[in-house]
Design a protein around this ligand. Sequence first.
Ligand SMILES: [Mn+2]
Length: 361
Amino acid sequence: MKFLHCADLHLGGAGGQERMRAFLRMLAFAKREGVGVLLVAGDLFDAPRVDERTRRTVMEAFAGNPSLCVMIAPGNHDPLVAGGNYDGAMPANVYAFGGEWSCAEIPAYGVRVWGAGFTAERMPPFAPARKRLRLTEGLYDLGVLHGDLASPGARSDYRAIAREEIAQTGLGYLALGHIHARSPVQRAGRTLYAYSGCLQGAGFDEAGEKGAYLGTVKGEDVELAFVKLCGSMTLEKTLNVDGCGSLTEVAARYDHKIGRQEEHRVKLTLTGSPKGFAVDADALLRLLAGRALEMRIEDETRPEADLAKTAREDTLRGAFVRRMLDRIGRAQERGEDPAVAREALRLGLEAFEGEVTRHVD
Ligand SMILES: [Mn+2]
């Protein structure tokens, strides 16, 4: 039995057409792969009631794959409210969870899906109902929820849930939504859980590959694999401008190192020290017009004059810069690539400014 976990599609909102294309691409993928259950972990729609055309396109697409059971846990953007997206006729294969943690059995696929939805734009922390349910033996338990993974007792208006509580659900897999960045698949007790992240990024803050988790249930086990389903992406690129004597040279280096990315957004970070001029980011944007769908430049370059000035400081920072410039100079004399020493200089300077962030996967 295969299932697909997606979240935060925000259909009917900004970047609408692209988000809709990713949604339709996902349904085509589900059909091709023979996926039985689609877990939508909230914010399928961008608003409690989106425009009629968007809603109709979505419902008709679901109806077009009647063997796919669509299990929706409404999120803070698309809560289950009167007059909302989930009020009124929906295809027979689509189900939206209400505010309380409950389950629906799908014996044809050998699974039971647990979930709870937002019924307002803010929701209290996760609280499973203590009702005794008569459950069918032998079904595999999946869950779908929109909420904030938080430490116990942490404040959040978005249905806080702690790892300990995930473990207590006893599920095989919990599909989470709300956080637009994908998380790896993690474990709490015997329960695996993950944020799939949004299906399609629409801005510079949603970088990298976006898609869904494809799950395969085999007896007591579940396997998960990320599937890229997005169209355009935001690519985070860094360009070192050391030695460039003009903006034209910077643009030429861009073309050589990064090249055309016409289907994607590029978030370009400039580093290093240009020779004898300061980078004008707006002018560079104009020079690079057409290289990307959209571009944003973060200028982290340091004029050489600044470096020379810092090297004269009678401070620890000054001593560090002198030493690194010396190392770069010696590497160049030996005909070696000073890239490592330059990177060390850059990171060291950031450390002096308290700006170093380590990215741990
Ligand atoms: Mn959300």
